[in-house]
Design a protein around this ligand. Sequence first.
Ligand SMILES: *Cc1c(COP(=O)(O)O)cnc(C)c1O
Length: 458
Amino acid sequence: MADKNIPYKIYLEENELPTSWYNVRADMKEKPAPLLNPATLKPMTVEDLAPVFCTELARQELDNDTREVPIPQEILDFYKMYRPSPLVRAYFLEKALDTPAKIYYKFEGNNTSGSHKLNSAIAQAYYAKKQGLKGVTTETGAGQWGTALSMACAFFGLDCKVYMVKVSYEQKPFRREVMRTYGASVTPSPSDTTDIGRKILAEHPGTGGSLGCAISEAVECAVKSNGDYRYVLGSVLSQVLLHQSVIGQEAKTACDKYGIKPDIIIGCAGGGSNLGGLIAPFMGEKLRGEADYRIIAVEPASCPSFTRGVYAYDFADTGMICPLAKMYTLGCDFIPSPNHAGGLRYHGMSPILSKLYDDKMIEAVSVEQTAVFEAAELFARTEGTLPAPESSHAIRAAIDEALKCKETGEEKTILFGLTGTGYFDMVAYEKFNNGEMSDYIPSDEELAKYREMLPKVD
Ligand SMILES: *Cc1c(COP(=O)(O)O)cnc(C)c1O
């Protein structure tokens, strides 16, 4: 059954780790639309961003031109704790599907935080430390980003203040305790520690909170810290896609070593960071006209930013204090139904991926929750790894493409990102196992309502 030339797992050597991050913006002829200052509607400058973001990260955010950004040695050393990550050939899944397709996945769940988010967390903590800050503030929904950032801050001896969406804080006490074990302080959001939190609590007593609201609290906390803290974000931003390019560069090196050429590359898309990272070097080739790949972003039907959103300037947060970003969005007031892939519940999408999608360089599909968990179950039973619900969106799409190959007899090569493990998501699996999972899809009227509330920019 197995291809004798291709092992089950391709592990690179430590000395094959990429030594630079790859900035895909350098190869885009038309750049993503600039972030705008919400007060003046002028493009943000490093000086505008500096009260909120670490200065070096603000520079990376606005840098559309530097192709290779060297990875500082301390970050490279940290990466060696859990990287390179394996590129796995899904022989067992292929067999179960009886497909001629060749399926590979890049597995990012091999660290305690359980996801790819650590790749950017360690970079952001490093620049905060180098700037001499006392600490950083952030929000977390499902908890993966907060956990990754807590680990990174512990490594550099930085203080870490996490605003955790209140429903998750209550439903996922173990995530919270992992963060506290790494030394972070975790506050349920909305809280009475910020003006915006108090305002939201007064208007919506008893609310379970949202990601947009927790972002506003974390930003306010940083801005009012007398310069001791900055705010950090685990997805959406261009700097995060830059850091996540290690995923794609390793995958490309492994593919090249064994003469593997993916026809289709698939990733789940919440804010777009894992997909942006996985596709980066492949997209570079595509943009330079050196190779072609079909690239598919997979999102939940309950939060369909690409497939049913609009490409427009919007706020990143509910409190409307963050810069305006042009992106595919459902509107910053949209609060998705409580589906079980917390990491995919953001209203917007990376401005880089949004531009590439608008330019038809990538495609998108949306999938329903029950079908996602059916794919997760098959994957767990065949490949052995219990996938995160977010990652299982990519598994679903990969399986669907492999089944199409079965129909047509084509031997396509499919590469997808397995972003993490699902050990903290057992309430979701319990719902699925009990047959109690529902698929909520917003109506056109509902989406239109939030679209009308978008800021009027152009
Ligand atoms: C956060 C998260 C995602 C989604 O975020 P992106 O920025 O779109 O990558 C996907 N999978 C896992 C496991 C996550 O933790």
